[in-house]
Design a protein around this ligand. Structure first.
Ligand SMILES: [Zn+2]
Length: 126
């Protein structure tokens, strides 16, 4: 990978991390595992249901963001080790266009397809 590409990805990850960490504060990740419903949300008892739905959506979003944050940390870690852009399975270089579409990926397209094929086989067996 070209150094300028690497620099671009690093910048992207750092920016994304900042956004995600900002969201973390907004969603109250540091205040224990339960989200506290805001006073506005509880103001009208009739809205409680909507507030609960909203909370569920937020929780799902939070899980996804936390997962992404973890992947970004791992990607930065790989960058520091000089392994970013290499497939974690076969060690081949991951196509830069694939990385642009999905920067946190750790698999080249062949290994990814292989993995998906296995997963769908397991899904059929289950
Ligand atoms: Zn591979």
């Amino acid at each position: 990978m070209q150094p300028q590409d690497l620099a671009k990805f690093r910048k992207l990850f750092i920016e994304q991390r900042q956004v995600l960490l900002g969201n973390q504060d907004r969603l109250g990740w540091n205040e224990g595992s339960n989200l506290v419903l805001s006073k506005e949300a509880l103001f009208d008892e009739g809205d409680l249901c909507a507030a609960e739905t909203e909370q569920r959506v937020q929780l799902r979003l939070r899980d996804r963001e936390r997962n992404l944050l973890k992947k970004i940390h791992e990607a930065l870690d790989r960058m520091n080790k000089g392994e970013f852009g290499l497939c974690s399975d076969c060690g081949d270089t991951i196509d830069v266009r694939r990385l642009q579409a999905r920067p946190v990926t750790t698999l080249c397209i062949q290994c990814k397809e292989e993995q998906e094929r296995k997963e769908s086989t397991f899904a059929q067996l289950a």
